[in-house]
Design a protein around this ligand. Structure first.
Ligand code: ZN
Ligand code: ZN
Length: 406
C-alpha cells in the first residue's frame, strides 16, 4: 500500500486520465493545449477536472516531496499532458527516468533491498500495466519477479503484484486490449481461473509466491492468459486450425452439460492448450532469468504436448466414450439455431434438408479448393483426413450390421 495520501490520490487521478483522455463524442485525442478534442473540438470536461486535481495535488507538495521519484513516474505516465501540470519538459522527465531506471536496475540485479520511495515509484510504473512500458520497465519487472522467485529479496506484495500484472499485460494486451488480471480467493486447489477476459490468480497462490518463491505463479499467469486468448478467438469466430474447432465444440457441449468438462478435465483441449502454454511461459522465464529449465517438468510437458498434437477427440460422456465431433452433431440437431448462429460449425457440418450432418470427404475437398486463405490449408487437410477416417469406420460398421442382418 502507498504510505502517503498524496501518492494514492495522484495514482487515482492518473488512472482517471487514462480513462478520460479520449473524446466521449468521437474517441479522438484531446489537445494538450486546450484539452478539447483535436478531432471534433468537443470540450472534454472529465479530463479537465482530472488535470485540475493533479495540479492541486502537486501544488500542495513540499520541495522535498516534489523530488520523490513517484512524482517523476506520474509525469512520465501523463505523457503529453504532463506539460499542463509541470514546468519540466518531456526531455527533462525522460532524462530523469533514465537515470533512475539505471540506478534501479543496478540495485535490483545486486539483490539490494529497495527504499520505500523506490518501491512505491515502481508500483506507480507498473500500475495499469499496458499504459507505460519500455525495455527498462520490462527489465525491472522481470528482476522483481525473479528475486521473489529465488527469495533473494522480499519486496512489498503490492510491488510484486504490480510486476506480475505488467507481465500479464505484456502477454495478452497486444491481442486482447480489455484483458485484466485480478487477485481473488478462489475455491480450494484452484490456482487461477478465467471468465471472458478477466483472469484471476488465487490469493493463496500469490501468498505462496511471496513467502516461498518458485515460478509456479508464472505458469498460472501464462495458463490464464491463454484462456483469455481462447475466449477472444471464440468470441471473434477465429478458427486457425483444427484445435480451435475442437476447443469451440467443447465449449458448446459444455454449455449443455457441465459434467463433460469436469469428467474430462485433463483431456479437454482448452485445458491441454492452456497447460502447454503455461508451462512454456514458465520455462521461458526460468531460462531467461536463471539460465536453466526445470527438468522435472519435461515429462509433464511432453505428455501434454502429445495430447495437444495427437488430435484424440474421444471423451467420456455419461460413462460412454464419445467423439467430441459426434456429440457436437447431436447438439446441433437438438438445437439447429446454433448452426446458424456460429459460423465455426460451417467448416465441418452442413445443413441438408433441415437436418445437420457431417460434410462428406468430397465436399470438404471442394471447400479446400475454394478456400482463398492459405493459412487455413492445414485446417482443411485435417478435416479431409478426419472425414476419410470416419467414412472408413462407418463403412466397416455398416458391413458388420449388414452381415448380422444376413
Ligand atoms: Zn471528439
Ligand atoms: Zn485452465
Amino acid at each position: 500500500m502507498l504510505e502517503a495520501n498524496w501518492k494514492r490520490e495522484l495514482l487515482t487521478e492518473q488512472q482517471k486520465v487514462v480513462k478520460d483522455c479520449l473524446c466521449p463524442n468521437c474517441g479522438g485525442e484531446a489537445s494538450n493545449q486546450t484539452l478539447d478534442c483535436e478531432f471534433c473540438g468537443s470540450e472534454n470536461l472529465a479530463l479537465k477536472e482530472d488535470v485540475e486535481k493533479i495540479t492541486d495535488i502537486l501544488g500542495n507538495l513540499s520541495e522535498e516531496e516534489l523530488k520523490d521519484p513517484f512524482v517523476m513516474i506520474s509525469l512520465l505516465k501523463l505523457g503529453k499532458y504532463s506539460s499542463l501540470v509541470s514546468d519540466l519538459s518531456r526531455e527533462d522527465i525522460n532524462r530523469e527516468y533514465l537515470s533512475w531506471a539505471k540506478k534501479m536496475i543496478a540495485e535490483l540485479t545486486g539483490a539490494k533491498e529497495l527504499s520505500n520511495a523506490d518501491q512505491e515509484a515502481l508500483i506507480n510504473l507498473f500500475d495499469n500495466g499496458d499504459y507505460y512500458q519500455d525495455q527498462f520497465a520490462s527489465a525491472m519487472q522481470n528482476i522483481v519477479i525473479a528475486n521473489t522467485a529465488s527469495q533473494a529479496v522480499h519486496y512489498s506484495p503490492e510491488l510484486v503484484y504490480g510486476a506480475l500484472q505488467q507481465n500479464f499485460c505484456q502477454i495478452i494486451k497486444k491481442v486482447v486490449n480489455d484483458a485484466t488480471l485480478e487477485k481473488k480467493k478462489l475455491e480450494e486447489d484452484t490456482a487461477g481461473e478465467t471468465q471472458a477476459y478477466v483472469a484471476r490468480i488465487d490469493e493463496e497462490n500469490f501468498d505462496n509466491f511471496i513467502h516461498h518463491g518458485g515460478t509456479f505463479i508464472l505458469n498460472t499467469l501464462g495458463h490464464e492468459a491463454r484462456h483469455v486468448y481462447q475466449n477472444y478467438k471464440r468470441y471473434h469466430r477465429i478458427v486457425e486450425d483444427r484445435n480451435d474447432l475442437i476447443m469451440f465444440y467443447e465449449s458448446m457441449i459444455r454449455k449443455r452439460n457441465q459434467k463433460i468438462y469436469d469428467d474430462n478435465y485433463y483431456h479437454m483441449l482448452i485445458e491441454v492448450d492452456a497447460r502447454v502454454y503455461g508451462l512454456l511461459f514458465e520455462q521461458h522465464f526460468r531460462k531467461m532469468m536463471f539460465g536453466a529449465l526445470d527438468e522435472s517438468k519435461k515429462k509433464e510437458y511432453a505428455a501434454d504436448y502429445a495430447l495437444l498434437t495427437n488430435h484424440d477427440t474421444m471423451r467420456v460422456i455419461d460413462g460412454k466414450k464419445v467423439r467430441v465431433e459426434e456429440e457436437t452433431l447431436s447438439l446441433l440437431n437438438e438445437k439447429p439455431q446454433l448452426y446458424n448462429k456460429y459460423s465455426q460449425f460451417h467448416y465441418e457440418f452442413v445443413k441438408d434438408n433441415g437436418h445437420i450432418r457431417f460434410k462428406t470427404t468430397s465436399e470438404l475437398i471442394d471447400d479446400y479448393f475454394n478456400n482463398k486463405d492459405s493459412a487455413k490449408d492445414n485446417l482443411y487437410l485435417e478435416l479431409v483426413k478426419n472425414s476419410k477416417n470416419r467414412e472408413v469406420t462407418m463403412g466397416k460398421n455398416q458391413q458388420i450390421s449388414s452381415t448380422v442382418t444376413m
